[in-house]
Design a protein around this ligand. Structure first.
Ligand code: DP6
Length: 345
């Protein structure tokens, strides 16, 4: 695993800390790894941080524990999921010989259902670990750390619109996220049409690895990404809603088309997902500016402007199988909080 610069370690800190990180939605998708070692993405990506979806993580280091304790949404987690957390803490500390951690984390949304819980989860954990291990990492180094927990987590360190860079070095030092625009740049809305709160059957890591190994158009996917990224950056700077929407849908369907071409095929959608896609397209034919994107799960995320929110909500709630809609705005950067105080979205 990647060696972070630990030369400025101040030492482990006692007492607990609480960090909050928001989930993010990729407007230009990350799908595929160029190396599993250091979790290096095969493509760059661009995202919008979402205020309404977040993970809140409390961490305390305890010398007397034999192993880490990880409580997620009030349930203690063991096995593979706990190992993923412990490996991440070893990596952050730069050694396995570290105090064990008691971590309590909660997501204010369904976990593992394609709502980027690993993104907000690892971003919050990276921030908490940085604080308690006394690492003093800056945002960019924090994004590289979070990336090694989950690729999309690198982007959740920042508020607003953000880019995950594609590096060339094996050590991952260039595979970092940067902010493109903060949350005040553009008042767009992201409506999440929740069509299932069940945990997905195939996680994104397995899904993208299978796609990379078996999908015939994988090389074209990688080759076409730089153009999408450049066009998206220009469109975001210009606040060109139509262009941002068109590129967002294109990247989404290119990713899902690629996953469908894997062997065996990967399909994250259910019937309500498909119905919602048609409903959004119908809205657009009727002059409502709404564009959709979908991650490794069945939820449909609709990008729109504030004035269209109510019309879109009403139309999409009419789709059979849409359970509810979460409305999000551009969210703030991950931050340390006072657990007693209200969260700043
Ligand atoms: C479809 O970040 O969950 O949401 O790095 O293996 O943990 P790992 O993958 P993850 O993949 C996210 C895939 C996506 C697109 C995106 O967020 O860019």
């Amino acid at each position: 695993m990647e060696n972070l610069n630990h030369s400025n370690i101040e030492g482990y800190r006692s007492g607990s800390v609480t960090a909050v990180a928001h989930s993010n939605i990729a407007l230009v998708k990350y799908w595929g790894k160029r190396a599993v070692q250091n979790n290096l993405p095969a493509v760059g990506s661009i995202s919008l941080t979402l205020d309404a979806l977040y993970s809140k993580t409390n961490l305390e280091l305890k010398d007397r524990l034999d192993q880490d304790i990880f409580v997620l949404n009030e349930k203690e987690v063991e096995g593979k999921q706990l190992r993923r957390i412990s490996d991440f803490l070893d990596l952050a500390a730069g050694t396995k010989d570290r105090p064990k951690a008691h971590i309590e984390s909660e997501n204010n949304f369904p976990t593992g259902a394609g709502l980027a819980s690993s993104a907000s989860g690892f971003a919050a954990l990276a921030l908490a670990v940085n604080d308690r291990f006394g690492l003093n990492l800056d945002r960019i180094s924090l994004s590289a750390l979070a990336r090694q927990g989950s690729g999309s987590a690198a982007r959740s360190l920042y508020g607003g619109f953000c880019e995950m860079k594609l590096g060339t070095k094996e050590d991952g030092s260039e595979d970092v996220a940067i902010q493109l625009h903060d949350q005040s740049h553009w008042d767009v809305r992201l409506l999440v049409a929740v069509t299932s709160t069940q945990k997905k059957e195939l996680g994104s890591t397995e899904g993208m690895n299978r796609t990379a190994q078996t999908a015939p158009f994988y090389d074209e996917w990688i080759a076409s990404q730089p153009t999408d990224l450049e066009e998206m950056k220009k469109a975001l700077s210009a606040r060109d809603f139509e262009k941002v929407g068109e590129l967002t849908e294109h990247s989404c369907f290119k990713m899902h088309g690629l996953a469908l071409a894997a062997r065996p095929p990967i399909l994250y959608w259910n019937a309500a997902t498909t119905e919602t896609i048609h409903r959004v397209w119908k809205l657009r034919q009727n002059g409502i500016q709404a564009y959709l994107t979908i991650d490794a799960g069945p939820q449909v995320k609709i990008l729109c402007l504030p004035e269209s929110v109510e019309t879109i909500k009403e139309a999409v709630l009419g789709v059979k199988g849409v359970e509810h809609i979460i409305e999000a705005k551009p969210g703030t950067a991950a931050h340390i909080v006072d657990p007693e105080k209200e969260i700043i979205l």
